[in-house]
Design a protein around this ligand. Structure first.
Ligand SMILES: NC(=O)c1ccc[n+]([C@@H]2O[C@H](COP(=O)([O-])OP(=O)(O)OC[C@H]3O[C@@H](n4cnc5c(N)ncnc54)[C@H](OP(=O)(O)O)[C@@H]3O)[C@@H](O)[C@H]2O)c1
Length: 456
């Protein structure tokens, strides 16, 4: 008989201060099973130092209970076969998108190519291999194709497979993982975590990206999704949802603004201005703000929104209102900032990244308020400004993602889907994102049968 291996199955019990029981008292019980109970998940230490921000673990007082079970390795193999039946042998191949020769690409989408016969990756310690059903496209995917562009610091080492967001099924679990084969998961692979700038443990300076039939990912970066959930919709949740969540509430990384204050600390009863309510990030932020009992004001335009879910919206203003915003301001109207009250806001979450927005923030933010931006390139904080400014990069966190999955289960947030594209149509999906007009997430169907077969 093969030697027994010990697998720790963690059952989380949240007892400390986090979004789930912050001073708003609302409570967001976590369904996430990821990372909980893992004493040595390197990602969580890394989150504290990502982007050189000083860390204060303001949400760090979670405690977890865990129990151990013992499985013999041949029993594990039987279990794998019974649950997924899909562990694939040596020499197996898959399709994946590739970016070659990054220095010459310069944003040219024709330099992307679909490789038909690529090796299926094998999970390392703490990793799972996921059979991908859907991936989501994000602005970062096309921004990375321009080596001299705004995100040049995060360049990937070519050749690489693009894509950061995925939904799929755990097809094989490496040593040191708690996930079961056959579980449905979503995840954000992590820009900082994978790029050459990243100093995360295991950083490859490249990416085993989401736009492939299989990928390997640290289990710390994924969250389990319920069997009945829609993988197409949830594939769009990770990057945009984590950005909104961490920007508004800091999240489990516990990152601080460089002057020491928390990055995003929205509380019930406070007022937040969300710049770009019709961006994917902003649309989730509006819903999160309302779920936290904050007053939410958002900007959007009167351009057509179209059909989202089962409803049709004449304009993006209408759509953002339907997400729960208390007030929506047309940012294309002359003098629109005049509609915002003096010292009205505790926080601005900027989901657009226009440099000039900071100029008027001093008037609308309360003294001591916070301006959190996902994209301002050259922040010029006005002299004598009494607000705090933070520019941040989202961190890959399975725990935060688990909280977001819980909120979708509770019906508190939905993920808007702008369009879906076949796996072979990645360029069209990237063009749609690059148009800057998307209304929600752009989804690529990689292999729909992945989820269906897992359900059998
Ligand atoms: N720092 C980070 O960690 C991080 C993470 C995620 C995303 N991001 C960045 O955040 C930005 C948003 O990403 P996303 O995926 O949410 O974008 P997106 O969904 O592609 O945004 C498209 C939407 O933005 C709206 N929009 C364009 N310009 C606007 C403006 N000046 N004010 C208000 N709305 C405007 C467009 O509506 P109109 O028809 O009105 O133009 C459209 O509905 C991107 O720059 C992305 O790279 C950064």
């Amino acid at each position: 008989m093969a030697p027994a291996t010990t697998t720790t199955i963690a059952s989380p019990a949240c007892s400390g201060r986090c979004l789930s029981n912050n001073s708003s008292g609302r409570g967001y019980p976590s369904l996430s099973r990821m990372g909980s109970g893992k004493k040595s998940c390197p990602d969580y230490d890394y989150l504290d130092s990502v982007m050189s921000m000083r860390s204060t673990r303001i949400h760090s007082s979670r405690s977890f209970h865990s129990a151990s079970i013992v499985l013999a390795s041949d029993e594990e193999a039987d279990l794998c076969a019974a649950l997924g039946g899909a562990t694939i042998g040596a020499g197996a191949t898959m399709k994946r998108w590739r970016v070659e020769d990054l220095p010459d690409v310069g944003g040219d989408l024709d330099r992307l190519w679909l490789e038909d016969v690529a090796p299926v990756p094998n999970p390392g310690f703490g990793e799972v291999r996921v059979r991908v059903s859907h991936a989501a496209v994000n602005p970062i995917d096309w921004k990375l194709l321009d080596p001299k562009g705004s995100v040049s610091a995060f360049r990937q080492n070519a050749p690489y497979t693009p894509g950061f967001d995925f939904a799929g099924v755990v097809e094989c679990a490496g040593d040191g993982t708690d996930l079961d084969v056959g579980e449905r998961v979503i995840g954000y692979l992590g820009l900082c975590e994978l790029s050459s700038l990243g100093s995360a443990p295991g950083s490859t300076g490249g990416s085993s990206g989401a736009l492939a039939e299989y990928l390997c990912v640290s289990e710390c970066r994924v969250a389990v999704i319920p069997g009945h959930s829609d993988p197409q919709e949830l594939a769009g949740l990770p990057l945009a949802g984590l950005t909104a969540y961490q920007g508004l509430f800091t999240g489990h990384g516990g990152r601080a603004h460089k002057d020491g204050g928390p990055l995003g600390d929205l509380k019930a009863g406070q007022t937040v201005l969300i710049l770009g309510g019709s961006t994917a990030v902003g649309s989730i932020a509006v819903q999160l703000g309302k779920a936290a009992d904050a007053r939410v004001v958002a900007t959007a335009s009167s351009s057509p929104a179209g059909i989202l879910g089962s409803k049709s919206f004449a304009t993006k203003l209408d759509w953002v209102r339907s997400l729960g915003a208390d007030q929506v301001v047309d940012y294309t109207a002359e003098g629109w900032t005049g509609k915002l009250g003096e010292n009205e806001f505790d926080m601005v979450l900027d989901c657009v990244g226009e440099d000039e927005e900071l100029g008027w923030a001093a008037r609308v933010l309360k003294p001591g308020g916070c301006f959190v931006s996902v994209g301002v390139k050259d922040p010029k904080v006005p002299q004598g400004a009494e607000f705090r400014f933070a520019r941040f990069i989202v961190a890959a966190s399975g725990r935060d993602l688990g909280d977001l999955v819980t909120l979708t289960e509770q019906g508190k947030i939905t993920v808007p889907v702008d369009s879906t594209h076949d796996f072979g149509e990645l360029r069209a999906a990237l063009e749609r994102s690059r148009s800057g007009r998307a209304v929600g997430k752009i989804i690529v169907t990689v292999d729909e049968s992945a989820m269906e077969e897992a359900a059998v």
